[in-house]
Design a protein around this ligand. Structure first.
Ligand code: GRF
Length: 325
């Protein structure tokens, strides 16, 4: 059976003004092999020129002025519009509102922003004037994950832009924007693709599986698997499943307590679990990895539980000794 193509990630873009970064993201999303599509452009400024561009391009828009509204109410309305769009990710692109912590935590790890400086330098406003006043040789832009600290989340990538003799803040801002328009689509594209990239997911799972005592990796019918115990008599506690046997998922296979638990989990959380072909009957469950927000603590928990189900007492003692119990 041919492998199912990973679906494109759905992205909502939030703007307040011109929307040139939004436009760069949008046109990049229409290129061959794009990894994401833009499902919504939302703004706190109904007159934002970017809204008109999005509408002309057939992208759904949402506008709600924040004037006269409590922050929490405005945030809630934006969140609802984003939820209705079905977005997996949010890209802030010149969105001039500080988001409340509820908004931020709901989109933790799935919300990016572009900032016109080489973070951690010059958080906040007037970045170019500050870089010039400091006599810096370079300004630039950063794409970062959004956290509770303003412009303080993990930096994913940056582009340096040389400052020229006699530069003004306006001239520098224009050149930094050229760099922004290259940087943001690339970083967003790589970031969303990562969550469905089997190599990346395998690397994460491998690290967790091999951190368990007496664990080693051994391929099983061509797929990576992890066993506990000796090379000779070890037992499998996990398998990596890359869209095998017609499954559309990249998944981790681990042992449940039995058929009842498996069926209940698959029924209650079909976005997280499935019953794998061939293994399902013996209580192995598929934990879906290629989704926008895999819960790595939950995945680590499953690995440990599955490991415990087959680990020899000597190995369990090691886990206890490591203080993980
Ligand atoms: C950009 O310079 C971006 O770095 C900052 O706000 C500006 C938005 O410009 N966060 P535009 O609306 O994308 O043209």
């Amino acid at each position: 059976m041919p492998e199912a193509a990973p679906r494109k990630a759905k992205v909502a873009v939030l703007i307040s003004g011109t929307g040139s970064n939004m436009a760069a993201l949008l046109y990049a999303s229409r290129l061959h092999r794009a990894t994401y599509e833009i499902v919504l452009v939302a703004s706190n400024n109904p007159d934002a020129p970017g809204l008109a561009l999005a509408s002309a391009e057939g992208v759904p828009g949402f506008a709600l002025s924040h004037k006269g509204m409590a922050r929490a109410d405005h945030d809630a309305a934006m969140l609802q519009a984003i939820a209705e769009s079905g977005a997996d990710y949010v890209a802030l692109a010149g969105y001039m509102r500080v988001l409340g912590s509820g908004f931020v935590s709901q989109w933790q790890g799935r919300m990016l922003n572009i900032h016109p400086s080489l973070l951690p330098r010059y958080k906040g406003l007037d970045t170019h004037a500050r870089a010039l006043a400091a006599g810096d040789t370079h300004a630039g832009c950063s794409v970062h994950l959004v956290s509770d600290e303003l412009d303080g989340g993990e930096v994913l990538a940056q582009t340096r832009v040389a400052i020229q003799p006699g530069d003004t803040a306006e001239a520098l801002a224009r050149r930094v924007q050229w760099a922004e328009h290259q940087l943001y689509p690339r970083v967003l594209s790589d970031y969303v693709a990562q969550s469905s990239d089997p190599e990346y997911l395998l690397g994460k799972v491998r690290e967790l599986a091999l951190a368990l005592p007496a664990a080693h990796e051994k391929a099983s019918m061509g797929a990576p698997g992890w066993r506990v115990g000796s090379e000779k008599s070890g037992r499998y506690f996990a398998y990596f499943n890359n869209r095998h046997h017609g499954s559309p998922h990249v998944a981790l296979l681990v042992k449940t307590g039995g058929m009842d638990e498996l069926v209940n989990l698959v029924e209650a959380q079909p976005e997280s679990y499935f019953k794998p072909m061939f293994y399902g009957a013996s209580g192995w469950i598929g934990v879906i990895l290629d989704r926008p927000d895999p819960d790595w603590d939950n995945i680590a928990g499953w690995l440990e539980r599955s490991w415990r189900a087959v680990a020899p007492p000597s190995a369990v003692k090691l886990l206890r000794a490591s203080g993980d119990i």
